[in-house]
Each structure stands twice: as structure tokens, then as C-alpha cells.
Design a protein around this ligand. Structure first.
Ligand SMILES: [Zn+2]
Length: 325
């Protein structure tokens, strides 16, 4: 992990510049009449809230090539590491010690929130095609400009097998945002970026079928549903203070754990109480089940299941069918 001298200089320069901000309704680029793209003029300005520690890099440090350990990076209190090669190097389970945390998404001193790209949502956060989908897909055309959602520092800017060309930005509040399947990356690790600043061009790289932006928000590596933060209709944040709770992670966001819990629920019978107060167990038939497998899993016999359900041993089972066991 080597950050070259130029990155440090870029960082220092970027930190002292102030660039125009965009309102969430503006698209970063507009098409001209002749079809060419041009940058939209931005009126108001905003400054990057820079940790003063970032500016204390002395000349001696600038001369060495391995300065990454000396570089200040956003949210150092929360993350011990600044890794510019591993996409998700954190373990939420071992780092999130408390039950909840309140995150302020924007501060009056920063550039606020800007939609990375204004377009229709084509796929939501959740389990999809037998895989967890940790982001929100926004439809775009290859070459459309994608901008940073909040002020921050670029941690990852590289090609990845599944994300394609991906940019990950670390923010001062501990959030990280992920921008995937880009056709072109226009930033580099260590670079300070403002909300609304172009980070790349949309595309169809990596595990992607059709041009779109895959947008994620993560906290200590745990992805959360961006629709809990962002109103994709208005392009605004739903609220500025967001509470992340352990139970929300367990019940909504930890897709793999939820999926295996759901699967194991299907694999075991549920106890049901009849109107007369009598309890019995009901099993829901899933893919690949046979009466023999069901009997074994529920510590009973094929004969007993057939008797309870009034069916024959050669009965063809249907997916989702309920059987008393
Ligand atoms: Zn996606």
C-alpha cells in the first residue's frame, strides 16, 4: 500500500480549495442541443470540512513514498485502518460494540447530500437471484456522470471482479459509500472529494447486466438499505440524523444471516396451536424434500406422517405444501 507523494500534494491542494456545490435537483452534466455534454455552472460554494490533522504533514513525510500510515483519514476513531486495496476489510460483528449509534449524515459546514445520479431505481436492497444485493441500482446510460453523495476521502478506486470499476468514499461520520459498475474512474485513493463532485462515469463493468449505478452505504463494513436514508423520488435525504441499531442490522441488513435463518426456519416444523388447544407441528415442504427426509429431520416416520395427513407413501409432494408431523 503505497500512496505516492502526488497524493499527499493533491490532498493538500484539494483541502485548501473551495468548489461550488450543487442542489440535489441538479444533474452534474447536461446535454447540449448538439448532444455534447457540458458541466453545469454551480452558484453557491461550500468548503470541505478538513480535519486539521490532515494539514500537518511535514516536508520530511512528503519526501517518503510510504506515507499512508502517516496520513490522516476520515473517521480514524472508528476505523483503525485505511486500506486502499481491500474493498471491505472490516468486521461489523466485532467492531460494533454498542446497541445503537446516531449518525449525522451532513453538517452545516459541509456540502450536504447530492444524489450520485438522478435516475429510476431498478433494483432494491435485499435478497435477489439467490444472492444478497447490498445496494440500490439506479438506471443510467454508460458515460453519464456519477458524483459523490457526501464530502469525504476516496479509499478505493479500482477494478473489482463483481463491482467492476468501483469507487469507495470514506466520510467523516464513519459511513462509506460505494459506487460500482463504472465505465471510467476519475479519482484516486487519498483524494479529498466533495458532495456533488464527479468521481467517474456510469457503466456496465463487473457483475452487471446493463448500464446502471450500484450504490451502497456501509457502516463498519455493514451495508444498509440506502432507501432508509435517501428518498429517490425527491433526491433528498429522508432525515439528517440516522440511528443504526444492532437489531436493525440483525433483522433488516445482515442479508446472509437472515437468509440462512429463513432457510433453517423452513427446514424445521413450526408448532401450531389448534382451536381446541391441542398443539401439533406443521412442516412446509421445500425443494428437494421427500417424505423420508422430512420424517428424519422431524424425528418421526413416513408411516406416522402419512397417517396424520391422510396421504399415501407414494404421494407426490408440492413445494410449500403443509404437512403435520
Ligand atoms: Zn446492484
Amino acid at each position: 500500500m503505497i500512496i505516492k507523494k502526488i497524493s499527499v500534494l493533491t490532498l493538500l491542494m484539494a483541502a485548501t480549495l473551495s468548489v461550488g456545490a450543487m442542489t440535489p435537483d441538479e444533474k452534474p452534466l447536461k446535454k447540449d442541443d448538439d448532444g455534447k455534454k457540458k458541466v453545469t455552472k454551480r452558484d453557491d460554494t461550500c468548503k470541505v470540512a478538513v480535519n486539521t490533522a490532515m494539514l500537518t504533514i511535514n516536508e520530511e513525510q512528503e519526501e517518503t513514498e510510504e506515507v499512508d500510515s502517516l496520513l490522516a483519514f476520515p473517521s480514524q476513531d472508528l476505523y483503525a485502518i485505511w486500506d486502499t486495496s481491500i474493498i471491505h476489510p472490516y468486521s461489523f460483528a466485532s467492531s460494533f460494540k454498542q446497541d445503537s449509534v446516531v449518525i449525522r449524515l451532513t453538517e452545516p459546514t459541509d456540502c450536504g447530500f447530492v444524489m450520485p445520479f438522478r435516475g429510476p431505481v431498478t433494483s432494491e436492497f435485499g435478497w435477489r437471484h439467490r444472492r444478497p444485493h447490498y445496494g440500490t441500482d439506479i438506471n443510467l446510460e454508460t458515460g453519464d456522470t456519477v458524483v459523490a453523495a457526501f464530502n469525504g476521502m476516496v479509499r478505493i478506486a479500482k477494478l473489482n471482479r463483481s463491482y467492476g470499476n468501483v469507487v469507495i468514499i470514506r466520510h467523516a461520520n464513519g459511513l462509506e459509500t460505494v459506487y460500482a459498475h463504472l465505465s471510467k474512474i476519475l479519482v484516486e485513493p487519498g483524494q479529498i472529494i466533495e458532495a456533488g463532485q464527479i468521481l467517474g462515469l456510469g457503466g456496465n463493468t463487473g457483475h452487471s447486466y446493463g448500464s446502471h449505478l450500484h450504490f451502497e452505504m456501509r457502516y463498519l463494513g455493514q451495508a444498509m438499505d440506502t432507501e432508509d436514508f435517501v428518498d429517490y423520488g425527491t433526491g433528498m435525504l429522508k432525515k439528517n440524523e440516522f440511528m443504526i441499531t444492532r437489531s436493525d442490522v440483525e433483522n433488516k441488513y445482515d442479508l446472509r444471516a437472515l437468509h440462512s435463518r429463513h432457510k433453517s426456519d423452513l427446514g424445521f416444523a413450526k408448532t401450531v396451536t389448534a382451536k381446541n388447544g391441542k398443539k401439533y407441528k406443521v412442516y412446509t415442504v421445500r425443494k428437494g424434500d421427500t417424505l423420508g427426509k422430512i420424517a428424519q429431520r422431524n424425528h418421526t416416520t413416513i408411516k406416522a406422517i402419512c397417517a396424520k395427513n391422510g396421504i399415501k407413501q407414494n404421494k407426490v409432494l408440492k413445494l410449500g405444501q403443509k404437512l403435520k408431523v
